[in-house]
Unconditional design. Structure first.
Length: 275
C-alpha cells in the first residue's frame, strides 16, 4: 500500500481530504496551539482539526496564515458544539468559527456531538452552508449507527465524514462497516488511545520487530485500515514521530494480530447511550 504525507481520500462529494493530520484537542489556546500547528505544517501535515469547544480556533488560523502556505494546500476542520445546536444557531456558530479561524472557506464543518432533538435541525443548517458554498464539506462526529440512520431518513446530503474515537483497541467495526456502506469516510480521533496501551505486549513486540515506536505502529494500522487519522501532539518531537509512518508497512500477519487487540477501550466520550 503506497501512502505518503500528501495522500488523500476522495469524499462522497468529490473533495479530496488528507489522510493524515494534526488534532488540536486539549492544546492550550495561545502559544501551545500556535507552535504545534506551525511545526506540523513545516513537517508536512496538511490537515488541521479544531473545534469551537477547544477555544483555539484563532491560534490555528493564525498559524496557518503565518505558515506562508497557499490556502488550498491546508484542509481545515472545525465543529459545531452542543450549545449552538438548532438551525439559525448553527448558522451563527459557523460564522463565528469562520471569523475566528480567518482563513476563508472552511473545508469541513462537523456536528461535534449528536445532541438529541436539535441535531436534525442543525444538519439542515449544515446542508444550507454546503449548498451555498460556504464550506466545502459537511459531516458529523461521535455519531453511532442509529444516529446515522436517523439522519439519512430526511437528509439532502449524506455526511462526508464521521469523526469518531477509533484505535486498535477500539475498532468499532459495525460502525465502520455502516459508514462505508453509506459512503461516509471514517476519521479516527484518539488513534493512539492517549498512550494507555503503549506497553501492550503484542503492540510492543510488533514495534520492536520493525524498530518503530508503539505510536507509529498504531497510526500505521489506522492508515492501512483506510481511516483518516488525526493524532494530537504538542511537542515537536511527537509531531515528527507521528509523521514517521510513511516509510514502512505492516504485513497482513501484523495487521491481523493488531485486529485482535480489540478491547473496547474508550478514552473519550461514549455516544452509544445518546438517544
Amino acid at each position: 500500500m503506497s501512502l505518503h504525507m500528501a495522500s488523500t481520500v476522495e469524499l462522497n462529494n468529490g473533495v479530496k481530504m488528507p489522510r493524515f493530520g494534526l488534532g488540536t484537542y486539549r492544546l492550550s489556546p495561545g502559544k501551545e496551539t500556535y507552535d504545534a500547528v506551525r511545526t506540523a505544517l513545516e513537517v508536512g501535515y496538511r490537515l488541521i482539526d479544531t473545534a469551537s469547544y477547544y477555544a483555539n480556533e484563532k491560534d490555528v488560523g493564525r498559524a496557518i496564515r503565518d505558515s506562508g502556505l497557499d490556502r488550498d494546500l491546508v484542509f481545515v476542520t472545525t465543529k459545531l458544539y452542543n450549545h449552538d445546536h438548532g438551525y439559525s444557531e448553527a448558522l451563527k456558530a459557523f460564522e463565528a468559527s469562520q471569523r475566528r479561524i480567518d482563513v476563508g472557506t472552511i473545508d469541513l464543518f462537523l456536528i461535534h456531538w449528536p445532541v438529541p432533538v436539535l441535531r436534525q435541525r442543525s444538519w439542515k443548517a449544515l446542508e444550507t452552508l454546503l449548498r451555498d458554498g460556504r464550506c466545502r464539506c459537511i459531516g458529523v462526529s461521535n455519531y453511532t449507527v442509529a444516529h446515522l440512520k436517523e439522519l439519512e431518513t430526511d437528509a439532502e446530503f449524506i455526511p462526508a465524514v464521521n469523526q469518531v474515537e477509533l484505535s486498535p483497541f477500539l475498532q468499532q467495526t459495525e460502525l465502520v462497516d455502516a459508514c462505508r456502506s453509506m459512503g461516509v469516510q471514517v476519521e479516527s480521533y484518539s488513534p493512539l488511545a492517549r498512550g494507555k496501551r503503549f506497553g501492550h505486549k503484542g503492540l510492543q513486540g510488533i514495534a520492536d520487530s520493525l524498530v518503530r515506536s508503539p505510536a507509529q505502529v498504531m497510526l500505521r494500522w489506522g492508515l492501512q485500515k483506510g481511516l483518516v487519522i488525526i493524532p494530537k501532539a504538542a511537542s515537536k518531537e511527537h509531531i515528527i514521530e507521528n509523521a514517521g509512518i510513511f516509510d514502512f508497512a505492516l504485513s497482513e500477519t501484523e495487521m491481523k494480530e493488531m485486529d485482535g487487540f480489540e478491547s473496547n477501550l474508550r478514552v473519550s466520550w461514549d455516544p452509544s447511550g445518546v438517544p
